[in-house]
Design a protein around this ligand. Sequence first.
Ligand code: PGA
Length: 244
Amino acid sequence: MTNKYIYFIANWKMFGNLQSLNSVSKVASFVKKFKKKKIKLVYCPPATLINSLSKKLKLSSIDVGAQNCHQGETYGAYTGHMNSYMLKDAGAKYIILGHSENRQSGENNKLINLKIKNSIKSGLKIIFCIGETLSQKRKKNTKKILSQQIIQGLKNIKNKKNIIIAYEPVWAIGSGLIPKNSEIFEIVKLIKNKVKGSKVLYGGSVNSKNINLLKKIDNVDGFLVGGASQNSNNFIDIIKKTFN
Ligand code: PGA
C-alpha cells in the first residue's frame, strides 16, 4: 500500500481541550521530517478546537476536519447547531459524516445525504462513514446494509470526487476487535465497485499493534483512527509502521 497516498484521519470524538493541541505539534514535526511523503493527515477535533488547530497547522501539510454538522443549507434558528459553512469558515477542510455514533443517536441515511450535499456545497471534503452492526453481520446482512447506506447516503450526488468512504464496522469501533484482512478486502472491493474511483479507508480499533496486519490490505487507502489518535506517540507509531 505504499505507492499511493495513504490517509490517516484522527477522530478525536468528544475528547480534547486547548492543551491537547500540543500533542498535535509533535505529530506535525514528525510528519515534516518523515521521508515518506505520500501521506495525507487530517485531524478532526471537537468543533471547539477547529479554529485554534487550523491556525496552529497553517504552515504544515496537516488538514483539519469537523466531526458532524447540521443538515441546514442556510443559517437559522437551530440552537446549539452548526452548519457546514460555519465549520469551513472556522478552518475545516474535511468533515466526518454518517459516523455510527451519530447513526446510533438517530441519524438516518436520508439525513446524512442532506448533510453530505450541503457540506459539498460549502467546499468541504467528506469522510463518509458506513458500517454494519454485529447483529447485521450475524444475520449476514453486511453487504445489504452497506449498499443501502451507500445508495441512500449518496443519492443524487453526481460528483463524488470529494467523498472518501470509511468502512467502519460498528462492532469494531472502540472494541479492540477487527475483521479479518480478507473480510476488509472484500468489503472495500464491493464499495469501490459501487462508487467508482472512490478512496476507501478502514476504521475501527486501529492501533499501533494491529496496523502491521491491516497495512497488508492492498486496496485500502488509509485509516480512520479514533482512540489511538489521541496519543501522539501511538499515532506516530501507526503512521511509521504503515510504511515499514
Ligand atoms: P476507534 O474509533 O479507533 O477508537 O475504534 C474509530 C472511529 O470511531 O472512527
